[in-house]
Design a protein around this ligand. Structure first.
Ligand SMILES: [Zn+2]
Length: 154
């Protein structure tokens, strides 16, 4: 066993990392309360520049979902086409009143149901040629037990 591969976020500023309980980094407009993700310097709703950084809830409900069964066009798709595996994509509705488009950790329709509780995970997106792992955020079906600390991200 070698040392674990170095992990780097797919993009800086998307989520707190490294962290035992990572959170997405968004922004809230002080003038109209609009919440944005990713973080915006200007409010997309009222164009105010009085935005502040906020950490978004780790849990939300599944608003809608689908299974991406073929590689999306490149760009923006940057994965390896030969090793493509279908993945879930969904919108997660957070308590802050925002819906986040996200990868899902599961691609089995039997495990997905609109309205179910989902929890944020950071998972490997792909390996880079230099051996580091690109890490992205995804949502996983949350354990139904609210105090459960078992990692749902596998
Ligand atoms: Zn605003």
């Amino acid at each position: 066993m070698g040392s674990p591969a170095k992990q780097v976020p797919i993009k800086e500023g998307l989520y707190t990392w490294p962290a035992a309980e990572p959170q997405l980094i968004g922004s809230r407009c002080r003038d109209c309360d609009e919440v944005s993700f990713p973080k915006q310097d200007g409010c997309p709703n009222c164009t105010s520049e009085a935005t502040e950084e906020i950490l978004l809830s780790r849990r939300g409900s599944l608003w809608t979902w689908t299974i991406q069964r073929f590689p999306p066009p490149a760009p923006p798709f940057i994965g390896e086409r030969e090793s493509f595996e279908p993945f879930g994509v969904g919108y997660i509705e957070l308590p802050e009143g925002i819906r986040i488009e996200s990868r899902l950790t599961v691609n089995d329709p039997a495990q997905l149901e609109i309205g179910m509780e989902m929890e944020l995970c950071i998972e490997k997106f792909r390996d880079r040629e230099d051996g580091t792992q690109l890490m992205t955020f995804a949502f996983a079906p949350a354990c139904a037990e609210p105090t459960c600390s078992e990692p749902t991200c596998v």
